[in-house]
Design a protein around this ligand. Structure first.
Ligand code: CA
Length: 252
């Protein structure tokens, strides 16, 4: 670990939790935390047989490789995030070309980097990053999904989108093509900020109001993470559920 990224008066509390849910036999989600560098990752795999599991694991391995070998000074979150997505995209795409059982494999992915007083999010697919600040919940990412596209063009309402039979059709994923466009979202952090990275197994089952009520409580990040998973399962648990909470605390 290099020292330059830790000159802040913030400390970070984080908790990741993944759960197979109630309907699926396997868990195709993965998460990863680099507490020292303040890099946080959630990936949700797709593809037949074990391909989805392999894809999300390959994303996490790419994050680990890039982050742990990062020596560029000063610390560059944008570049780090792009390198992670680039390596993961190449690895997954090449794997899918070699193995016929893995054709079409890929994953959605969220990478959050907290750097001094800023945050940077890299986003591809329909996993999400939310920020809960002063009791208000904001979705920082916009789903790369067919349903979101229909909502944006006024063809569907948010309400219709929630229950639409094509709600799981995504328009962008890591590893399905040799090129990849990444959304980068940046902002300033504030003491008390609580970030949530999650897979669609949470957001298909739990409304934003319900997520907000959990996140704005006084409990620890671990009990909040457990409560989000509990709510997704009690609403049906139709998919794998992954939540990663990152809280920005004052050092004093
Ligand atoms: Ca999923």
């Amino acid at each position: 670990m290099t020292g330059s990224m830790n000159t802040t008066h913030f400390s970070i509390e984080s908790e990741g939790l993944t759960d197979v849910g109630l309907m699926r036999a396997a868990n195709e989600d993965a998460f990863w935390i680099d507490h020292g560098r303040r890099v946080f990752v959630v990936a949700d795999g797709m593809g037949g047989a074990a391909a989805g599991e392999i894809a999300s694991k390959m994303f996490v391995e790419s994050a680990n490789l890039v982050s742990s070998s990062w020596t560029v000074e000063p610390w560059q979150p944008d570049q780090l995030i792009q390198d992670i997505f680039f390596l993961a995209n190449q690895s997954i795409y090449q794997h899918s070309m070699k193995d016929p059982d893995c054709r079409g494999m890929g994953c959605t992915a969220e990478v959050l980097v907290i750097d001094d007083t800023r945050y940077t999010v890299g986003h591809v697919g329909d996993s999400r990053v939310y920020l809960c600040r002063d009791g208000r919940l904001t979705q920082l990412t916009r789903d790369h999904s067919w349903v979101q596209q229909q909502i944006d063009t006024g063809m569907l309402t948010e309400e219709e989108g929630r229950s639409h039979r094509l709600r799981n059709v995504i328009l962008r994923a890591v590893g399905t093509m040799d090129q990849l466009a990444i959304d980068l979202i940046r902002g300033n952090t504030k003491t008390g900020d609580l970030f949530l990275l999650c897979s669609d197994g949470l957001t298909d089952m739990v409304t934003d109001q319900s997520i907000r009520s959990v996140l704005s409580g006084k409990e620890s990040v671990s009990s909040k993470a457990a409560e989000l998973v509990r709510r997704a399962n009690s609403n049906g648990g139709r998919d794998n559920i992954t939540v990663l909470l990152v809280e920005v605390m004052s050092d004093e």
